[in-house]
Design a protein around this ligand. Structure first.
Ligand code: MOS
Length: 816
């Protein structure tokens, strides 16, 4: 019922719904000051906490060390330690184990291999298994089920000992014989067939997408740009390594402390894999030290820890080592994109042809969906995108911050820059010429779009009007100085989840959602939302998350967290106010006795007559009179493009990323980045010396945490642009730099002071708050902005990420 409340902008339908609801029940929509022009959250007295730069409510716990991360639950009686032994060989077969030396090590309790590890009830290798496990399974293969080796880093044994050191020592002494075969390292191996995954019923990747006649339109276009781009394998590299503690409290009851972006997803997956009723698996993740996508899906180590704990009959802790983080939790796939743009002499796009080839695993067709981004960013009548895959001896890649949009934007936004130079247009101008006034992919209107304001404000903050239109002309001493810009966008994915609010007569509240906070501020922003929904101060709210025993919700991923959790807390609060209103109008001692519920509004926790606000009472007075110490509300919140369809009873979209299909509106965040670089032409080094990001992401719940999200996203994009790459040996298919010493992520010295601004944007379609989500958008376009600045500085176009000094020097040797 509360779904009806969250959003309905269609006046007629809202009136009809209101009518039906009031006949059946209470007139819910009248309980709150919501009309067709403004939502509850736009009513000024109510948005007290939302929009404030509140400091993190979990900040003190973090800096004092009180915040417990998944590997820090050391209280469990008899807990022992597991260490995974992995294969150095990328393809082959285990031919034998020599356990004797390892078994002689002190403290060793068990050595588990495919021969003696308990079997899971099901795996994702079957269609039924995959369905039961749900979205969270990215890699369908489960290691330690047979002697076959498919990738370097694949677990071949698990050693359990009383201490971590004993387990490590024994694992080092364990000998595993493997008969090696020649692996396929990547799509660059010409022996490996390239295939189009389209048409396969279970493919995780798209095949070919088309509109119009792209090849013909390209051939006839007066201006053309053709270029091929490559993107290195990237690893998420969160500060906190993945960790699992599995504790079987009974033969059929499991509690898992797991570093995951979604405890509800993990609960569902683990219960399916282990063959337990869902409520008999509890997953707890109170704090997370970053995820970026690699803690979204369920990975084998979590399952293996649970099976190991079952085998040894003790709680087991497993923490992945940093090298294992490169072979256990997915990665952004290495990929190549060929892009052809055809345009008029005025720069108007006529054709866009995109072909992507990437490396995937032996079992799965996973690929980032760059084509979605390619097909929606600019108005272009003729479009064709094809995905091709090569099966390499590598684990299944996975979502990494803006999967598809991040690498896709490097290709498209670099080629748009080329087109601008070719036609003598300013880079901002060519983007305005191609601005899509509605979604080119679906023809739907945007729910809101403030991209032009992002360009304008970004250019203003950066001083773009002073740009020299010619490249290679600006010097600062020995440095070549260049300016570049690029567009950013990210979809509002479809999502839903539940929440419970418990309001106490003494004026405080406990709010519960099985959400996770990746470290980005979920604790804080949902505390703010709950405070406003309940009409109390944020310090009177305790927001509990990170436990699958709490109301089920979606993962913190796909930039959906803030929107989903806020929607559900809002709905739960409405449920509560509805109950309290019913109490008030039937309580002879209440000033609201015998009022119609529709005549009552709630303002800052006070129930009062709309027509006569002086007549009313505080929730506390009402509750105390009714001998209630507290009262609960429960709600299901929906968020995103499928929302209206779900509201009217139509089935929800089949997949979370089917945004835009059902609501009649295309929902996206937009933004723009502006970058200045100084290139050392002798050393090939590139230094970012100025940065501006402007983002329109709907309502900003907290400008402080939101700014940090954009700083982090752009910094990660600069990493991909200039330094991040995991190198797979072409012969051995083994990573050569699986450590934070060799896999370079940006540090403070690499990043200048950045300017971040948000466009004030009110989106009436997303959810009750108009929150679009900003977790991913800032990485999108960042690499292109850097590359475009390098082009402006040097006259050389770099099309291979990362743009390391060797590539810059190589480019400098080429004629302009
Ligand atoms: Mo994000 S890549 O959906 O965690």
């Amino acid at each position: 019922m509360n779904d009806l409340l969250l959003k309905s902008r269609n006046k007629q339908r809202q009136q009809r719904l209101r009518h039906e609801v009031s006949r059946l029940y209470l007139s819910l929509t009248d309980l709150i000051p919501m009309d067709t022009e403004s939502t509850f959250f736009e009513n000024p007295p109510q948005t007290v906490a939302v929009g404030q730069p509140l400091s993190r409510v979990d900040g003190r716990a973090k800096v004092t060390g009180a915040a417990k991360y998944s590997a820090e639950y050391n209280h469990l009686p008899g807990m022992v330690h597991a260490v995974i032994k992995t294969s150095d060989v990328a393809k082959g077969r285990v031919t034998g184990f020599d356990l004797s030396a390892a078994q002689r090590e002190p403290g060793v309790l068990a050595i588990l291999t495919h021969q003696n590890l308990p079997k899971p009830a099901l795996t994702a290798e079957t269609k039924e298994g995959k369905e039961a496990i749900g979205y969270s399974v990215q890699m369908t293969f489960m290691p330690l089920q047979s002697d076959q080796i498919f990738y370097a880093g694949q677990p071949v044994a698990i050693v359990v000992a009383d201490t971590l050191e004993h387990a490590q020592q024994a694992a080092a002494k364990l000998r595993v014989s493997i008969a090696a075969e020649a692996p396929i390292a990547s799509y660059q191996d010409t022996k490996a067939p390239r295939y189009n995954p389209g048409g396969k019923p279970d493919a995780d990747a798209e095949g070919t997408k088309r509109r119009g006649k792209a090849a013909e339109a390209f051939a006839a276009a007066p201006a053309q740009v053709t270029a091929t781009y490559s993107h290195a394998t990237n690893h998420h590299s969160p500060m906190e390594p993945s960790a699992t503690i599995a504790h079987w409290e009974a033969a059929d009851r499991l509690t898992v402390y797991d570093a995951t972006q979604g405890v509800s997803w993990q609960q569902r997956a683990l219960s399916a894999i282990l063959g337990l009723p869902q409520d008999q698996v509890r997953v707890i993740t109170k704090y997370l030290g970053g995820g970026f996508g690699c803690k979204g899906p369920i990975w084998p180590h979590s399952v293996l820890t649970a099976l190991t704990a079952k085998a040894v009959g003790r709680p087991v802790k497993l923490v992945l080592t940093r090298p294992q983080m490169f072979t256990s939790v997915g990665h952004r796939e290495d990929q190549e994109q060929t892009l052809r743009l055809g345009a008029t002499k005025q720069g108007k796009l006529l054709a866009l042809l995109h072909e992507k080839t990437s490396t995937t695993s032996p079992w799965d067709d996973y690929a980032e969906t760059n084509s979605k981004f390619m097909g929606m960013l600019y108005q272009c009548p003729n479009f064709e995108a094809t995905t091709k895959l090569v099966k390499g001896n590598v684990m299944t890649p996975t979502w990494m911050r803006a999967p598809g949009e991040a690498p896709g934007s490097f290709a498209l936004e670099s080629s748009m820059d080329d087109l601008a130079y070719q036609l003598g247009l300013d880079p901002v101008q060519i983007r305005l010429v191609n601005h899509a006034d509605k979604d080119p992919a679906t023809g739907q209107p945007w729910s809101s779009k403030s991209l032009k304001q992002c360009y304008q404000r970004g250019a203003e903050l950066f001083g773009w009007s002073k740009r020299n239109p010619k490249n290679g002309l600006t010097r600062d001493g020995k440095y070549l100085v260049g300016w570049g810009m690029a567009t950013a966008t990210y979809p509002v994915n479809d999502s839903q989840g539940n929440a419970r609010v418990r309001l106490f007569a003494d004026g405080h509240a406990v709010v519960q959602v099985a959400a996770t906070d990746l470290g980005t501020g979920t604790y804080t922003v949902i505390t703010q939302v709950a405070a406003d929904c309940l009409g109390i101060a944020p310090d009177k709210v305790r927001f509990e998350l990170g436990d699958s025993a709490l109301p089920t919700t979606n993962i913190s991923g796909g930039s959906m967290g803030a929107g989903t959790f806020a929607s559900s807390v809002y709905t739960a609060a409405q449920d509560l106010w509805q109950k309290l209103t019913k109490m008030a109008v039937t309580d002879a001692k209440s000033p609201l006795f015998r009022a119609k519920p529709a005549e009552v509004e709630v303002v800052k926790g006070r129930l009062q007559l709309k027509a006569n606000p002086a007549k009313g009472e505080d929730f506390a007075a009402l509750m105390k009179r009714g001998s209630l110490t507290d009262l609960e509300g429960f709600g299901q919140g929906k968020y995103g493009a499928g929302y209206e369809a779900a509201q009217s009873g139509a089935p929800a979209p089949a997949k979370p990323d089917d945004a835009g299909k059902e609501s009649g509106h295309a929902m996206y965040s937009f933004g723009a980045h502006f970058c200045e670089v100084r290139v050392d032409p002798e050393l090939g080094t590139v230094r970012i010396t100025k940065w501006v990001s402007v983002v329109a992401g709907g309502r900003i719940l907290n400008p402080k945490t939101a700014r940090s999200q954009v700083l982090g996203g752009a910094t990660m994009g600069i990493g991909a642009a200039l330094m991040e790459q995991t190198v797979r040996d072409p012969n051995l298919a083994r990573y050569t730099n699986a450590s934070l010493a060799d896999y370079h992520v940006p540090v403070n010295a690499d990043i200048p002071d950045m300017t971040v601004e948000f466009i004030d944007e009110h989106d009436p379609y997303i959810n009750a708050l108009g929150v679009k989500g900003i977790g991913e958008i800032a990485i999108v376009g960042t690499a292109a902005a850097v590359g475009n600045a390098i082009f402006h500085a040097t006259g050389r176009r770099l099309r291979s990420l990362p743009m390391t000094p060797d590539k810059v020097l190589e480019a400098m040797r080429q004629p302009v």
